[in-house]
Design a protein around this ligand. Structure first.
Ligand SMILES: N[C@@H](CCC(=O)N[C@@H](CS)C(=O)NCC(=O)O)C(=O)O
Length: 219
């Protein structure tokens, strides 16, 4: 059976977890605390950069979220999560890359600011502008389809859909982006999103940990 090494607060782990659920694949979850256990030699042997997620398919160990998603799509095509035509396939890949390369780096300082209470105002302003550019782009791209370039859910929705719904938590409202807001609601109502949602208790523990980590930077 497939094994997913994950952490419940890891956005990247959640992407793989959701795809496994959406594709109705049998798998086993192997939790890591990320409080040092990711540096244990056994784990470093399968994940040299000490990151989750890792997917183990027998002796085959795979790192890097987008590579894992491609593997699952190729190996388990019965429930397809990528469009077939060239243009929609390109849209799906573009949304994944914009999320990883533009949105996620802009969200990092905002997460530190919101949960840790620290941040350089100039960097935060720049990050906010970058997020707004992504949101405008996504709003237009979504157009009148329920999912990106598709009437059914794709890997693009999974990758962007575990990040965008967090923005209001970071003080960035989606009210000027009604199509994206409706898309978030659509995703959040799916069993795969609900089942993989971090519990409020875990989120609180994460905030406390962030505050602790930010202390030396604030003084
Ligand atoms: N590029 C990697 C990044 C994975 C990553 O950053 N994982 C984080 C959790 S979301 C992690 O394992 N952090 C712990 C560490 O790096 O020690 C991917 O897409 O899978």
């Amino acid at each position: 059976m497939l094994k997913l090494y994950y952490n419940p607060l890891s956005t990247n782990s959640r992407r793989v977890w959701i795809v496994l659920l959406e594709k109705e694949i049998e798998f086993e979850l192997v939790p890591l605390q990320l409080n040092g256990d990711q540096f244990q030699p056994d784990f470093l042997a399968i994940s040299p950069f000490h990151h989750v997620p890792v997917l183990a398919d027998g002796d085959f160990h795979l790192i890097e979220t987008l590579a894992i998603l491609d593997y699952l799509e190729a190996k388990y095509p019965a429930i397809a999560l990528l469009p077939k035509n060239a243009q929609d396939l390109a849209i799906a890949r573009m949304v994944q890359m914009v999320t990883v390369n533009e949105l996620s780096p802009a969200m990092s300082p905002l997460v530190r600011q919101t949960f840790g209470g620290a941040g350089d105002p100039e960097k935060l302003e720049k990050a906010g502008q970058q997020v707004a550019t992504v949101l405008r782009f996504f709003e237009e791209l979504l157009g009148d389809t329920p999912f990106f370039g598709s009437n059914t859910i794709t890997l693009a929705d999974v990758v962007a859909g575990v990040s965008v719904p967090w923005l209001p938590e970071l003080g960035l409202s989606l009210e000027n982006y009604p199509k994206l807001q409706a898309w978030c609601d659509r995703l959040n109502s799916r069993p795969s999103w609900q089942q993989t949602q971090a519990s409020p208790k875990l989120v609180e523990a994460f905030k406390a940990q962030m505050k602790q980590l930010m202390k030396p930077q604030q003084s």
